[in-house]
Design a protein around this ligand. Structure first.
Ligand SMILES: Cc1cc2nc3c(=O)[nH]c(=O)nc-3n(C[C@H](O)[C@H](O)[C@H](O)COP(=O)(O)OP(=O)(O)OC[C@H]3O[C@@H](n4cnc5c(N)ncnc54)[C@H](O)[C@@H]3O)c2cc1C
Length: 491
């Protein structure tokens, strides 16, 4: 057993590297299991991609803004740390697609943009594209193999237009990725499995819909409260969740060190680890690596070069969010919660969220303002992000004007850049992650968790954290009781 060089208590000690929602959730879970916990965060603030901010005095999320409530993990974590009464469903979920110069209501009756029949997407696609979708049922089955790019597969079955105008913008909203690269197995596992069993894609979509799983990997799961809403926000921002989890971690006796990057990882004895930071060295019985994959790769290089190479190969997309506050009186009636933009149309923005309309708490906090945000940049389009803040805001206003007729000048603008914001899930990604984890299986007391491995959405990150924490708690608590590693190593 290694003793924490900084802590007064005995007992197994876990070090969590990374203070995003994954690391915080892992710390929270490990403490509940009886471990002592030290969390290391490189930056000066906790939360990673979750960031609550304000514009013109109005509270607003400047990072992730919406929790999937049909998966239980994020909502349950919010409830566990005292935010249950601040969970709110969106005030409206009606969105549009800005396609060929028109705002078209987002079609219903599809699985991540893949329709169960042509009629479901009639308002959005051309007559020719609708006929092409109908041909899916006449085509011989397509071999899918172990994985396939969702864009290529859907285009082969139903034509490119449905990919370019619906699948691509929807996936772009989750991964900031490219549909022609993204793994169907990772992004829409239920549809992937159904497509292997059914003769046509249309039949597969209908089977998924009939099973109630018309939502993608980061969107699937059990319904919870919130009036059955699929999504939830938090009054004051989803960005307030990390602070609440951190408070709970501290209250349970955990130590959180910000401005403290893990800089090296060494083995200590047969089962322990030593984690170096610029100012101290921590002995640990268990380590959760919840920092982005390239950081995990750097820390693991000396111990598991194969795993490090696999993790180092995980790519990230960068993006920027442009948040704009207008005088409400200057803003015409904008439809619904916002709109998605098919990249094929060549606009700068990829989506816009009308925050004041979507989240009652934003509207209530600043009734005289109308706050909205746009997103810019996705995988392979990072050049957009070389533009300075003023230019990004001007481009956003131009696109907003063209899409909605909004001509007002904002009273405040905030540009938030998310460099390396979203890990990419290309074809073969799940296999890469499985191989990396297998290559780490011989190292006791170590787990990977976070957005790069088990899904990018906040609930998926919390689930990833919990799996890592539970496995480590079994391992180190069994070791502390018997002197031998107990539970199997099953990352
Ligand atoms: C702009 C944007 C909008 C999004 N919107 C949504 C949304 O609405 N809903 C949703 O569910 N998901 C959304 N996501 C995805 C989701 O927010 C993220 O996938 C998730 O928050 C990632 O959490 P994480 O803890 O795994 O990683 P991160 O948030 O990246 O946290 C990792 C942490 O590790 C720290 N770190 C790095 N190196 C070290 C080191 N050497 N030592 C110690 N610490 C280190 C970093 O500083 C960081 O704080 C969005 C993502 C982005 C970028």
């Amino acid at each position: 057993m290694n003793a924490d060089t900084t802590g007064p208590h005995a007992g197994p000690h876990a070090v969590v590297v990374g203070g995003g929602i994954t690391g915080l959730a892992a710390a929270h879970r490990l403490l509940a299991a009886g471990a002592r916990v030290t969390l290391l965060e490189a930056g000066g603030r906790l939360g990673g991609k979750l960031l609550a901010g304000e514009i013109a005095g109005a509270p607003v999320d400047l990072g992730a803004e919406s929790l999937l409530a049909r998966r239980p993990e994020a909502v349950a974590l919010a409830e566990a740390v005292g935010l249950g009464d601040r969970l709110r469903p969106p005030a409206t979920t009606t969105a549009s697609v800005w396609s060929r110069g028109r705002l078209v209501p987002m079609p219903k009756g599809h699985v991540m943009g893949v329709p169960g029949d042509a009629e479901a997407v009639a308002g959005l696609l051309s007559e020719e594209a609708l006929r092409r979708i109908g041909r899916d049922r006449e085509l011989p089955p397509t071999e899918i193999g172990e994985d396939v790019a969702i864009g290529a597969y859907v285009a082969a079955r139903m034509g490119r237009e449905v990919v370019d105008r619906l699948v691509e913008p929807l996936l772009g909203g989750v991964y900031a990725g490219d549909a022609y690269r993204i793994s169907m197995r990772a992004a829409v596992p239920a549809l992937f499995e159904a497509a292997r069993r059914h003769p046509s894609l249309t039949a597969a979509v209908r089977a998924v819909q009939a099973a109630g799983g018309a939502v993608p990997a980061d969107v699937a799961g059990a319904a919870t409260g919130l009036g059955g809403s699929v999504f939830a926000g938090i009054t004051g921002g989803v960005g307030t969740l990390p602070g609440a989890v951190a408070d709970a971690v501290r209250a349970a006796g955990g130590t959180i060190l910000t401005g403290t990057p893990a800089t090296a990882l060494h083995r200590a004895g047969a089962t322990g680890w030593r984690v170096e930071t610029p100012e101290r060295t921590l002995d640990a019985d268990a380590v959760v690596l919840a920092a982005p994959a390239p950081v995990a790769a750097g820390l693991l290089g000396g111990h598991a070069p194969g795993a490090a190479a696999l993790l180092g190969g995980i790519e990230y997309a960068s993006m920027a969010l442009v948040t704009l506050a207008f005088r409400r009186a200057d803003v015409p009636g904008l439809p619904g919660s916002g709109f998605l933009v098919p990249p094929v149309d060549g606009h700068t923005i990829k989506a816009s969220t009308f925050s004041s309309a979507k989240w009652g708490w934003v509207g209530d906090a600043a009734p005289d303002l109308f706050v909205l945000r746009t997103s810019v940049g996705r995988y392979g389009e990072e050049t957009q992000l070389h533009r300075d803040d003023e230019d990004l805001a001007a481009a956003s206003l131009k696109d907003l004007g063209a899409a909605t007729g909004l001509a007002a000048r904002p009273v405040a603008t905030t540009v938030t850049r998310w460099t390396g914001g979203l890990p990419q899930y290309p074809v073969g990604h799940l296999d890469r992650v499985a191989r990396a984890r297998a290559a780490l299986a011989d190292l006791p007391g170590l787990r990977l968790a976070g957005a790069a491995y088990d899904g990018v959405g906040v609930p998926a990150c919390v689930a990833s954290a919990h799996r890592a924490a539970d496995a480590l708690a079994d391992e180190i608590i069994a070791t502390s009781e018997t002197g031998h590693p107990g539970a199997g190593h099953s990352s």
